[in-house]
Design a protein around this ligand. Structure first.
Ligand SMILES: N[C@@H](CCC(=O)N[C@@H](CS)C(=O)NCC(=O)O)C(=O)O
Length: 225
């Protein structure tokens, strides 16, 4: 199997982390988002969405990080994607929660418009209104994550053990580090992230993210939560 990915990408990092923790025969093929390789005909031909990640399993091509994680987990029979119907439904629920709610507001509402030129609104008033809106909505999701989902001493977001939802959620939350978001004021989120980041495979699979996406912006001025 081959994973087309980029090592700083928020949607690739959870798959890299999962793969590092599991016995998967996975070849990694960088698609250089920085030079626009994903927009070139060679990649567009195999992935018209022009995004990473994409998995190719013997000609079966699959996009969407959430779908790829589930596919890989079933492929290697991982306990991170439980077989029990309700436990699995809970994991699916949390993955959708992260990917459609928090990711939208935190990533597209707050972080990307400040660091990726093609997401910045050309009109300063629109940009500022967009960020204000994103921050307000992101704060709401973070309060739910901190208080309801990870509150009461819960260690993981979807059950008693680490699941795909934790892999995905940690990738999305750590994107905030690009604008130096440390989740002060959200102690349960901080505790949960620390547990995941203390895992031996975390630094290895996130090294490029910290080097090429977090470090260059460490002195930047950002609107933050
Ligand atoms: N819904 C997709 C989103 C994938 C995505 O946003 N990928 C980004 C990298 S994190 C990308 O390829 N961006 C390139 C671009 O949009 O130009 C998923 O969950 O996998």
């Amino acid at each position: 199997m081959k994973l087309y990915y980029h090592p700083v990408s928020t949607t690739s990092r959870p798959i890299m982390a999962f793969a590092a923790d599991h016995p998967l025969d996975l070849e990694f093929q960088v698609v250089d988002l920085m030079t626009g390789e994903h927009l070139q005909p060679a990649y567009t031909d195999i992935n018209p969405s022009q995004q990473v990640p994409m998995l190719d399993d013997d000609g079966f091509r699959l996009t969407e990080c959430s779908a790829i994680l589930k596919y890989l987990a079933d492929k290697c029979d991982s306990a991170a994607y439980p077989k029990d119907l309700r436990q699995r439904a809970r994991v699916n629920e949390m993955m959708d929660w992260f990917n459609t709610g928090l990711s939208r507001e935190l990533g597209y509402g707050v972080v990307y418009p400040q660091v990726l030129p093609h997401y910045r609104r050309p009109d300063p008033a629109v940009q500022s209104g967009h960020l204000e809106w994103g921050c307000e909505k992101a704060r709401r999701w973070l309060a739910i994550l901190d208080g309801r989902i990870l509150g009461g001493g819960r260690q993981w977001v979807a059950g008693d053990t680490m699941t795909l939802a934790d892999y995905l959620g940690a990738g999305i939350l750590t994107l905030g580090e690009v604008i130096r978001l440390d989740y002060a004021g959200y102690p349960n989120i901080q505790r949960w992230l620390k547990t995941i980041k203390d895992r031996p495979t975390w630094r290895q699979t996130n090294e490029a993210f910290y080097t090429y996406f977090v470090a260059p912006y460490q002195d930047g001025e950002f609107v933050s939560l």
